[in-house]
Design a protein around this ligand. Structure first.
Ligand SMILES: Cc1ncc(COP(=O)(O)O)c(C=O)c1O
Length: 422
């Protein structure tokens, strides 16, 4: 039995690492180092995931293929470029709970949100409104506003933002449901965050998708902070479509190519409208260079352009690790690790306010912390080699990531905040 005092100690942190079944995966990543070469405590995977060790070899292999094969690299060699994005299809589908044909790897997140709006925001009659949750990541808001204007609509009237109640940081599910019900006659689309970037709150995707459908509208999800972080089941939840970046929990690298999901009831329907380019054409006829577009089957039909092969390479490296570990094991460790950080903060840092929900089902790896003097505390973390980040106006975000962070690192980060408490 560990006593309450022992549970806060360094030995306990080390013993948790000693029994962690995923501990060995840390060595599969290159973690940032200080100028003297000492490893930093990297708790910023909610912003940019760490580099898989094999990413370099994956990129190098593509550079070699380019040098050796030139244009023949598209169809020759042991890993043809023509289906480079298809190589991560199965692993992506299992991360987000999709059927393989429902996911595609393409473009970047905000661009993909625009593509999904082009397909699924079809304002008609009284149904002209889009509902979003707050705090909203600015790019999502900007994208939605521009989509409204594109249709001659006015964001002042047609954009509904559901905010937390006064004095509360988190959005109540029943308030979101209430707003969806209230606007049921004019709602066209809801775009919701799977995990909120600012608070770390995970929304109930299945329940809210059902509420949106009950209102006769389309449910779109931004999974930037959810993919590879929490368990999601997009197909079974009946989500219409979703988009996410791969540079956070999926460790695809800075600005990496992004991914999307289109439910097969839309993706298998050739009449679903989409913005098109030759890469979305059925692969078997793409190179006939015909005048008529033949929609590709599944989410791949949303591709427009030639895929960036070099950007895909690190994602292969990372998703190979996800395939080995599996979301269940990853999530099991994540729940423990984040709860451990939370318990240390509650016990050791009296002036911290944890904005993120306390229940494991309502959050992922990230904790969002509000505390007095946040910039000074962030500077103290930096000085101690802890990488966290700051979001206006007063939030420090930290995510102990189950694939590469340890309990001991988490303990050290909490100690820094304890030592700088007012
Ligand atoms: C929730 C959310 N939406 C959109 C974006 C923007 O992504 P991108 O710059 O890749 O389009 C981000 C980036 O961090 C994000 O966190």
């Amino acid at each position: 039995m560990t006593t309450a005092v022992e549970a806060l100690g360094e030995d306990h942190a080390r013993s948790l690492d000693a029994t962690d079944p995923l501990a060995r995966y840390r060595d599969r990543f290159l973690l940032p180092t200080a100028d003297d070469g000492s490893p930093k405590i990297y708790l910023a995977g909610q912003s940019l995931g760490a580099q898989p060790v094999t990413a370099r070899a994956e990129v190098q292999a593509e550079l070699d293929a380019w040098a050796r094969l030139g244009v023949d690299g598209w169809f020759a060699g042991d890993r043809t470029w023509i289906d480079a994005d298809g190589a991560v299809r199965e692993s992506t589908a299992s991360i987000v709970g999709a059927r393989p044909g429902e996911v595609a790897t393409l473009n970047t997140l905000t661009v993909n949100l625009h593509l999904l709006f082009a397909s699924f925001f079809r304002p008609a009659g009284a149904r002209t409104a889009v509902l979003i949750d707050a705090p909203t990541f600015p790019s999502d808001r900007y994208a939605v506003e521009s989509q409204l204007r594109l249709h001659g609509l006015d964001p002042e009237r047609d954009l509904i933002t559901v905010r937390p109640r006064d004095g509360e940081a988190l959005l109540r599910t029943e308030d979101l449901e209430g707003a969806i019900r209230e606007h049921r006659d004019r709602l066209a689309v809801a775009l919701l965050a799977g995990v909120n970037y600012a608070t770390g709150q995970a929304h109930d995707i299945e329940r809210l998708t059902a509420a949106v459908h009950d209102a006769g509208a389309v449910a779109l999800w931004d999974l930037a902070h959810a993919a590879g972080n929490v368990s999601v089941a997009l197909h079974d939840a009946g989500v219409d479509a979703a988009a996410w970046c791969t540079y956070k929990y999926l460790n695809g690298g800075p600005g990496a190519i992004a991914q999307l999901f289109v439910h097969e009831r839309h993706a298998a329907d050739a009449s679903t409208l989409r913005l098109t380019g030759w890469w979305g054409n059925e692969p078997a006829t793409r190179f006939r260079m015909a005048e008529s577009f033949e929609p590709g089957i599944g989410a791949d039909g949303w591709r427009i352009s030639t895929p960036p092969i070099l950007s895909l390479a690190p994602i292969r490296a990372s998703l190979a690790i996800f395939e080995e570990v599996g979301m269940d094991a990853l999530r099991a460790k994540s729940v423990l690790l984040t709860a451990y950080l939370e318990s240390l903060l509650v016990a050791l840092v009296p002036d911290v306010e944890i904005l993120t929900p306390r229940e494991a089902t309502a959050r992922g790896a990230q904790l969002s912390l509000r505390m007095a003097d946040a910039p000074r505390r962030l500077a103290a973390l930096e000085a101690a080699g802890v990488v966290a980040d700051f979001r206006e106006p007063d939030i420090i975000r930290m995510a102990p990531v189950p694939l590469y962070n340890t309990f001991h690192e988490t303990w050290r980060a909490a100690r820094v905040l304890a030592d700088t408490a007012l």
